[in-house]
Design a binder for this molecule. Structure first.
Ligand code: IVH
Length: 676
């Protein structure tokens, strides 16, 4: 049956509505309708297209996925070459760039030349070609002149419009941008891959590149890819604004997705402020970057400046220190943690990465070590991002010398020589020495005095290790029996520091039940669990007397955790340490048991805290939420119920607003708490 004019009209109107919703959702991050309504429109269009296949067009929003796998990528030529950028690795190099630009333009160096500043996205450069508003080709950069035809794959990326929105675009419009995998999607993808026993990606950039290079577009479609467009290539028929930032604004109006974290800045000062600001926010951005890009904003200036070899004179990339470097594994040692878990640590040929010199990197656990198959003598990629502990990402197999031996778990603890066991289903191998093991004792003590536990200021790792080594401290209770003279006699201590430390130890006695419980270092009992248990029972003796079944009535406590807690308190030695701690004067306010925080006023609610609250620290806010049965997490997602924000709130607040999550300011938050 051929379609009637009315059906054709209906199909077009559905397509146009769906395109608009796609734009609202993917480009503007402001969905207009609930998912269900959107799905209904798509379904309706699909049904009509099924009935009238002759109406299907390549730019229909239903046609993203479905193309058949191809045998090989075709090649395409970029009529206007895709250039690269010159790099500035330091402030001096940036100054040189700015000086060259202003000299060539014959303007004063401090005349406040405007630059369009943008994050330098760490993904894969692509070119998208629109003819009469329809996406006709997607290509990789390749060598800048010849790239690969990846049309089928870019079509599967939801944020790539198959048809531009109708607002006066040039009849031929080629745009360039970066396809990337957002961090959240990368983590989720890898978790799934691990569960399915499939290969994981080492970083979001490799994930994006690997996903785009699939011959089967259905595989690409399953990957959470995204795009930010950052420039224009070929245009025919149609005028564009005369500065870069406004071109990007225009592209956004046509439906293309532009990075929201861009800014027009003035002169070197503006560039450096932007660099510092993005650097501070780097870890909380939703995408990976490796620096920022400054582009002379005026197009007439760009034209005047021109190009040298393959890079424009009017732009430069100001790079952050590399987060990944290559080095050699000199040794692999095992560190013993608080619970006896052995962590393999690679001792490295020192290497400058992420802004510091790194000579040790974690290999996490035996599973990871085996999966990555790291051996002594291997050349490896080391990563240090933000304040995260440096880690070995992967080995470089081509650089492996012959005859390297597989690293095995030691049979005996490297510290106390007790047997090492690896329980079934556990990634960690453990020392069975318990409190005989000096390493476990020292780590347990470090945990006990840490900021979120008893918070003893000034008792550093080195001092703890010394005190444990000479057997002066065997349990946390011994901490409260140290005297001034013996402390003053320790390495790198004097009378003044001994006195300060004693004062801090004294101060730590006044604590909370939740902190105390967390500080005991019971396996599987993290801060949140400790808070829930403390709030539930209100009193230590009740917790110590609780049986496993009773413990499981606390929210978040399952059979494993309940059994860990129960056996911890059943242990005579632990009872003695607790008694001794209380005898030394540790106190906290006991509260009435709140029969179940699962029934607490905030139970089932997930909070994210961002910025500085004026009324309390974030830790205090967290404790209060948990005491009322709520949960506090670090990242905003669809599962978040409320985002509490204070001064200098970061990207979490923006994200919450974009996702339509309720945001609460300091005052309203206090009101919620006092209403409980
Ligand atoms: S503009 C002529 N802007 O960096 C200017 N590039 O080293 C060409 N990149 O291949 C690029 N973020 O893949 C530009 N905001 C940004 C960018 C960016 C990342 C990449 C791009 C390019 C490479 C150049």
């Amino acid at each position: 049956m051929t379609a009637s004019a009315a059906t054709k009209k209906k199909v077009e109107s559905l397509r146009s509505r769906i395109r608009n919703h796609n734009y609202q959702y993917h480009v503007l991050d402001e969905p207009e309708v609930p998912d269900a309504e959107y799905d209904r429109l798509v379904r309706e269009l699909q049904d009509l297209e099924k009935e009238h296949p002759e109406l299907i067009t390549a730019d229909s929003p239903t046609q993203r996925v479905g193309a058949e796998p191809i045998k090989a990528f075709g090649t395409i030529r970029h009529i206007i070459p895709m250039l690269s950028l010159e790099n500035a690795f330091s402030e001096d190099e940036l100054n040189d760039f700015h000086r060259r630009v202003t000299e060539r333009l014959e303007i004063e160096i401090d005349a406040g030349l405007k630059y369009a500043a943008e994050p330098k996205l760490d993904g894969v450069a692509v070119s998208l070609l629109y003819e009469k508003g329809q996406l006709v080709r997607g290509a990789t950069r390749g060598d800048g002149t010849t790239g690969e035809d990846i049309t089928h794959n870019v079509r599967t990326i939801d944020a790539v419009p198959l048809k531009l929105l109708d607002k006066g675009y040039p009849s031929t419009l080629e745009v360039r941008g970066e396809v990337f995998m957002p961090r959240e999607g990368f983590i989720a993808y890898n978790q799934q891959a691990l569960q399915k026993g499939e290969k994981t990606f080492v970083n979001p950039r490799n994930a994006a590149a690997g996903s785009l290079r699939q011959l089967d577009p259905r595989l690409t479609a399953e990957r959470p890819l995204d795009i930010y467009v950052y420039s224009v290539g070929l245009t025919i028929g149609g005028a564009l604004p005369d500065c870069h930032s406004e071109i990007l604004d225009r592209l956004q109006e046509w439906g293309l997705k532009i990075c929201p974290d861009r800014k027009v800045v003035s002169g070197i000062k503006g560039c450096l402020e932007f660099y510092a600001d993005i650097g501070r926010r780097r870890d909380s951005l939703r995408y990976d970057i490796d620096g920022v890009v400054y582009k002379v904003n005026r197009l007439d200036y760009q034209k005047e400046l021109g190009f040298v070899s393959r890079a424009p004179r009017w732009a430069t990339a100001h790079k952050f220190p590399a987060q990944e470097e290559i080095t050699i594994v000199r040794d692999i040692e095992f560190q013993v943690g608080r619970t006896g878990a052995l962590t393999p640590v690679a001792r490295l040929e020192p290497v400058f990465v992420g802004g510091v010199t790194v000579s040790n990197a974690t290999l996490h656990n035996m599973d990871e070590l085996q999966r990555k198959d790291v051996r002594i003598g291997d050349t490896v990629v080391v990563r240090r991002a933000g304040d995260v502990i440096p880690e070995v990402v992967k080995i470089i197999p081509e650089r492996r010398p012959k005859g390297l031996r597989i690293v095995k778990v030691p049979a005996k603890c490297p510290v106390c020589h007790s047997a090492v066991v690896r329980e079934k289903g556990e990634a960690a191998a453990r020392c069975t020495g318990g409190l005989i093991c000096a390493a476990q004792r020292a780590e347990a003590l470090k945990h006990f005095v840490s900021r979120r536990a008893l918070d003893v200021n000034g008792l550093g790792s080195k001092l703890i290790e010394q005190l444990v080594a000479i057997d002066r401290i065997k349990t946390p209770a011994d901490l409260y029996r140290l005297d001034r003279d013996e402390l003053a006699g320790m390495d790198r201590m004097g009378e003044k520091s001994a006195e300060n430390l004693l004062a801090a130890i004294e101060q730590s006695k006044d604590t909370t039940l939740a902190r105390f419980l967390y500080g005991l270092g019971i396996r599987e009992v993290g801060e949140a669990t400790a808070s829930s248990i403390a709030a539930h029972y209100g009193k230590l003796t009740r917790i110590m007397e609780a049986d496993e079944q009773g413990l499981q009535t606390v929210s978040d406590v399952g059979p494993v955790v309940a059994s860990r807690i129960h056996s911890f308190f059943a242990e005579k030695h632990n009872q003695e340490v607790i008694k001794s701690l209380i005898d030394s004067g540790l106190t906290w306010k006991e509260t009435k048991p709140s029969p179940n925080t699962a029934d607490g006023p905030l139970s089932g609610k997930t909070f994210v805290l961002t910025g500085m609250l004026s009324s309390m620290t974030r830790d205090e806010a967290k404790e209060k939420i948990q005491a009322a049965g709520g949960k506090v997490t670090g990242t905003v997602s669809k599962k978040t119920d409320y985002v509490v924000y204070g001064d200098k709130a970061g990207s979490k607040l923006t994200k919450a607003q974009n996702l339509g999550i309720e945001t609460i300011d300091d005052a309203s938050f206090q009101k919620i708490l006092s209403d409980q």
